[in-house]
Design a protein around this ligand. Structure first.
Ligand code: C2E
Ligand code: CA
Ligand code: CA
Ligand code: CA
Length: 276
């Protein structure tokens, strides 16, 4: 009967929730160890300039290979790290590691580092950036800090002063996942962004849906009007790339079409191949 079915489903649901709960508890317990014990590493994904077809930036993306469960996606462990107060340690590590790798690349490609809302309070980002750049010898304009709409809204005042201090050094400030957060656009002019990364949800349908393409094109124009470098994220197919290149003012693209995130060794080779 429908009732019995409903009961069965609810039992399955509870069993899943239970497993999920224990999985998360286990991950939380292990994440702290992973951070201090060097179980994290970085992957890098290129951003390609549409005019020159050269790599201009590589985004550093955190990776965790759990000794038992294998790879845990950052969409899972980054929020856990935020909950646990571990995110600042991760950000500091990513920053140091990312600029260290970037300084080795054979072309003056920039490196992108993601920061969380909590990093505007948990650490002194400008000081950390100075230290990392000094240690690696990398000039400030080879670093791009990526921050989401949600993060700048959650920590509006702190975000403003921290991002201004970074921008004053010549570091690029990218607004990440644009279009997925709040609909208020006022912070676009209030904060010192130099780059707009349009979320991949704006790219997904452009090769089959003319209205989706017009929307992307208009969002890109908004960014260009504000003198921002405009990036389209999540470009997976040649059809999407062609539409973007011919019908929008997007300047840089990132996505599986050019490359998935790669190991430090493989990204160095890719840069050589594209830019050499
Ligand atoms: P994000 O900053 O928007 O990073 C881009 C994500 O999109 C990456 O997922 C990347 O692998 C994925 N991606 C790139 N190209 C394509 C594509 O063509 N199609 C599709 N479907 N996906 C694509 P990833 O590495 O799993 O990271 C997920 C999110 O986790 C990141 O989104 C970012 O918000 C967060 N994250 C990753 N590393 C860090 C970090 O070091 N610090 C912080 N605070 N967050 C991080
Ligand atoms: Ca990002
Ligand atoms: Ca993004
Ligand atoms: Ca995202």
């Amino acid at each position: 009967s429908a009732k019995a079915e409903g009961k069965g489903r609810s039992q399955i649901f509870h069993a899943q929730m239970d497993t999920e709960y224990h999985y998360r508890q286990r991950l939380k317990a292990d994440l702290r160890q992973a951070v201090v014990g060097g179980q994290l590493h970085l992957a890098f994904q290129p951003l390609v300039d549409l005019e020159t077809r050269k790599v201009v930036t590589c985004e550093a993306l955190a990776r965790w290979t759990h000794p038992e469960f294998g790879p845990v996606p950052p969409a899972v462990f980054i929020p856990l790290a935020e909950e646990m107060g571990l995110i600042s340690q991760i950000t500091a590590w990513v920053l140091h590691k990312a600029v260290e790798e970037c300084a080795r690349w054979s072309w003056p490609v920039a490196v992108g580092v993601n920061v969380s809302a909590r990093d505007f309070r948990g650490i002194d980002l400008p000081v950390l950036v100075d230290l990392a750049l000094e240690r690696s010898g990398l000039p400030p304009d080879r670093l791009e800090i990526e921050v989401t709409e949600t993060a700048v809204i959650e920590e509006r005042d702190r975000a403003r002063s921290v991002l201004k201090a970074l921008a004053d050094r010549g570091t690029a400030i990218a607004l990440d996942d644009f279009g997925t957060g709040y609909s208020s656009l006022s912070y676009l002019s209030a904060l010192p962004f130099t780059k707009l990364k349009i979320d991949r949800s704006f790219v997904a349908d452009i090769s089959v849906n003319p209205r989706a393409l017009r929307l992307l094109s208009n969002v890109a124009r908004l960014g260009r009007d504000l003198d921002l470098k405009v990036v389209a994220e999540g470009v997976e197919t040649e059809a999407q790339l062609d539409a973007i290149a011919t019908q929008t003012s997007v300047q840089q693209v990132q996505g599986y079409f050019f490359s998935r995130p790669l190991s430090a060794k493989d990204i160095a080779e890719l840069i050589e191949r594209f830019n050499g």
